[in-house]
Design a protein around this ligand. Structure first.
Ligand code: ADP
Length: 190
């Protein structure tokens, strides 16, 4: 099994690019953000706890997302691998992922990073707010906190995967098609 991580700041276009990648390489796309939003709309206990954190632009606890990821790995069979979107987002989650995979005799295949500067993050999220109506896209303070959370807690993972020789980066500016071609060409070199 292949285990790819789609990495990048909020609004980098991970969800958009994940669909094309998953189809081309027969991967199961797992978005922790989408899984959490499903829990919120189902009104589950987990969803209720996650809602306030997400709407403040903070992260939900590591154990919550780690549990979700592990159960997805265990329930999906007929694919060539997985494409993780929005996970890991902290060093603790990255270490937990290594643990989960090593218990299966597996490891992370590669991290594909989509990079955009902070000013573009704002534009992209404002644009998406109008289309998707996500509560965490609507408020500028929430967006600022998400960007800040990304820099403080998630960006250190660049070094973590670079040291492991598993980090590949694509420029995420430009059109959806341009970015897609750049990511496909990264995949060819993995
Ligand atoms: P974006 O791509 O805009 O960052 P996501 O849909 O990936 O949005 O995530 C939305 C929110 O869900 C995050 O801001 C965070 O609160 C929560 N979340 C998603 N994935 C994780 C994770 N791995 N760990 C903790 N919180 C997460």
């Amino acid at each position: 099994m292949k285990y790819y991580i789609l990495f990048g700041p909020p609004g980098a276009g991970k969800g958009t690019q994940a669909a094309a990648l998953a189809e081309k390489y027969r991967l199961r796309h797992i978005s922790t953000g989408a899984l959490l939003r499903k829990e919120i709309s189902a009104g589950s206990e987990l969803g209720l706890k996650a809602k306030a954190l997400i709407e403040a632009g903070s992260l939900v606890p590591d154990e919550v997302v780690e549990g979700m990821i592990e159960s997805e790995f265990d329930s999906v069979k007929d694919v060539d691998g997985f494409l993780l979107d929005g996970f890991p987002r902290t060093l603790a989650q990255a270490e937990a992922l290594d643990g989960i995979l090593s218990r299966k005799g597996e490891e992370v295949t590669a991290t594909l990073s989509i990079m955009i500067p902070d000013e573009i993050i704002f534009e992209r999220i404002a644009h998406r707010a109008a289309i998707e109506g996500r509560a965490d896209d609507a408020d500028p303070d929430t967006i600022r906190n998400r960007i800040d959370t990304y820099h403080r807690q998630t960006e250190p993972l660049v070094d973590y995967y670079r040291k492991a020789g598993k980090y590949r980066e694509a420029d995420g500016t430009g059109s959806i098609e341009e970015v897609r071609e750049r990511i496909f060409s990264l995949m060819e070199k993995v």
